[in-house]
Design a protein around this ligand. Structure first.
Ligand code: OGA
Ligand code: NI
Length: 365
């Protein structure tokens, strides 16, 4: 597999379709009945992913050992049983989170011709995009996005970040710096929760100097027929771990659990953390990357920032030696993150098939 140079069909911006005032969506966005939101087992109840309060965790004063071990245990439990949790009091200033989301909202509200100057291609995916995957005739998702690199520094090219609104680059620099710091702290916690030295996971990712980080800003325009389509099809994130800043007012993210879809109800200024495929592999499936998807609605647009914290892209990733025993043989062959990423970039979101897990095996749990 090689990355193609261009899209198989002319790109249509979902935002333009939405703004045109159509009352029925083009067939290209209509999902087969079994995949539609209403028919695929949405759970209409109060279940939510776990919420964990990190208050005091990163400050030495006033934080006693008991508190720390309680929080570590909550994280451990969430990683093992959910693959998803939300964090409040994570240390990133709430004003910065709001600012980051709102500069991007502003970007998406700029005229189309200026946004088009950032149009992306499947070669690197950097820039303004409207599809994931390059298969001709594929059914598409109801969203546009912007994708950019933050780490390694060699891939961070500010020219590929929008020049407007004027504050965007500065705000996104600061936001990314803070989120990377948070990720580094989480990696230590996950490592020690797995019974490993706290720098094992980070080193497996290539260490502080070589880790990768990128941002995908999702824009989900209003949709006149939200029951027929999805904002983002079911997938697990191919990277290490994801820190999602959801829209503060509009729900949409759903997490798959026992064959049902649970709608995430974000707490105020929470980050939603999820395990990606690379941590599933390194942990030899003690932690799992969990499938998720996004539903859309006819009343409101939705903006989310998915920050992906990834291994150096050409390093071989395989189950950590200390976690492999006779009883727990390695479940995955060594592969690079590039290989996982290329799978998704070619085929689009396809559940967890890149890890060799079929849709069916998830349903039968
Ligand atoms: C993603 C993702 C969820 C959301 O970008 O990988 O899962 O709520 N986004 O937008
Ligand atoms: Ni995702």
């Amino acid at each position: 597999m090689k990355s193609p140079q261009d899209w198989p069909e002319p790109i249509v911006r979902v935002q333009s379709l939405s703004d045109s005032g159509i009352s029925t969506i083009p067939n290209k966005y209509v999902k087969p009945p079994i995949e539609r939101p209403s028919l695929s087992n949405s759970f209409n109840n109060d279940i939510n992913i776990p919420t964990i309060d990190f208050l005091g965790l990163f400050t030495s004063d006033g934080n006693n050992y008991a508190n720390k071990s309680i929080i570590y245990e909550q994280i451990s439990e969430a990683c093992r049983n959910w693959g998803f949790f939300q964090v409040v009091n994570h240390g990133v200033p709430p004003e910065l989170m709001d600012e980051a989301r709102e500069v991007w909202r502003e970007f998406f509200h700029h005229p189309m011709d200026v946004k088009q100057t950032y149009a992306n291609t499947p070669k690197t995916y950097e820039g303004y995009g409207s599809r994931l995957g390059v298969e001709k005739g594929a059914i598409l998702d109801w969203s546009d996005y912007y994708f950019l690199h933050y780490l390694p520094c060699s891939l961070k090219v500010h020219n590929k970040w929008p020049a407007f609104p004027l504050s965007l680059r500065k705000v996104i620099e600061e936001y990314s710096k803070q989120v990377v710091k948070f990720c580094g702290r989480l990696m230590k916690i996950l490592s020690s929760n797995l019974g490993l030295k706290e720098d094992v996971l980070q080193n497996a990712f290539g260490g502080d100097r070589d880790i990768g980080a990128c941002l995908r800003v999702n824009f989900y325009p209003k949709c006149p027929q939200p029951d027929l389509t999805l904002g983002l099809s079911p997938h697990s994130d191919p990277g290490g771990m994801t820190i999602l800043l959801p829209d503060q007012h509009v729900a949409g993210l759903q997490v798959r659990r026992d064959g049902h879809w649970i709608t995430v109800k974000p707490a105020s200024h929470a980050f939603i953390v999820n395990i990606g495929d690379q941590i599933q592999v390194l942990s030899n499936a003690i932690y799992k990357s969990v499938e998720h998807r996004v539903i859309v609605n006819s009343a409101e647009e939705r903006v989310s920032l998915a920050f992906f914290y990834n291994p150096k892209s050409d390093l071989l990733i395989e189950p950590v030696k200390e976690l492999v025993t006779k009883q727990n043989p390695p479940l995955y062959p060594p592969r690079t993150f590039d290989e996982y990423r290329l799978y998704m970039r070619t085929k689009g979101p396809q559940g967890k098939s890149q890890l060799g897990e079929s849709d069916k095996s998830q349903d039968e749990k």
